[in-house]
Design a protein around this ligand. Structure first.
Ligand code: FAD
Length: 118
């Protein structure tokens, strides 16, 4: 009856089922949760997409992957720029020269390297 039985409707199962169906295969996807999308699932709460299993941000440097996902959804240009609060000061995350400069009062990558090694 089916060419493939796919367990889980997360990213992997969904992409596999989509591509297999396009190639003319018959797929049955089973999912134990009451929704699709696996860990990237979001639910609509007052028109806000709330990530039920923790925040997810899509990022890739692979043009083929970028073109692939864009056939399914329109992406906005959200830039993740978190900051950490430590002893009442704000620090950039992920760590960059601003962070190191504020933390250790240094100015150059060479000084940061030396500090980390010490
Ligand atoms: C908190 C958190 C934050 C993350 N942030 C990011 C991020 O910012 N960017 C990023 O690229 N990735 C992120 N990830 C990773 C990303 O979620 C996973 O790489 C991706 O969701 C994996 O997809 P998957 O289809 O392999 O698995 P899942 O999404 O886990 O899907 C598997 C599905 O299979 C179902 N399943 C399992 N066993 C059975 C069974 N026996 N019968 C039926 N169904 C079954 C599950 O219910 C689930 O729906 C994050 C992960 C977490 C947990």
């Amino acid at each position: 009856m089916y060419d493939y039985l796919i367990v889980g409707a997360g990213l992997y199962g969904a992409v596999f089922a989509h591509e297999a169906a396009k190639a003319g295969k018959k797929c049955l996807v089973v999912e134990k949760r009451p929704h699709i999308a696996g860990n990237i699932y979001t639910e609509d709460v007052d028109s806000i997409h709330v990530h039920r299993y923790g925040a997810h941000i899509f990022h890739t440097s692979n043009e083929e992957v970028w073109n692939y996902v864009n056939q399914f959804a329109r992406f906005n240009n959200y830039i993740n720029s978190p900051v950490a609060v430590y002893h009442d000061e704000l620090y950039n995350l992920p760590f960059n020269m601003n962070t190191f400069s504020k933390l250790w009062n240094i100015k150059t990558p060479a000084q940061a390297k030396a500090f980390i090694q010490s």
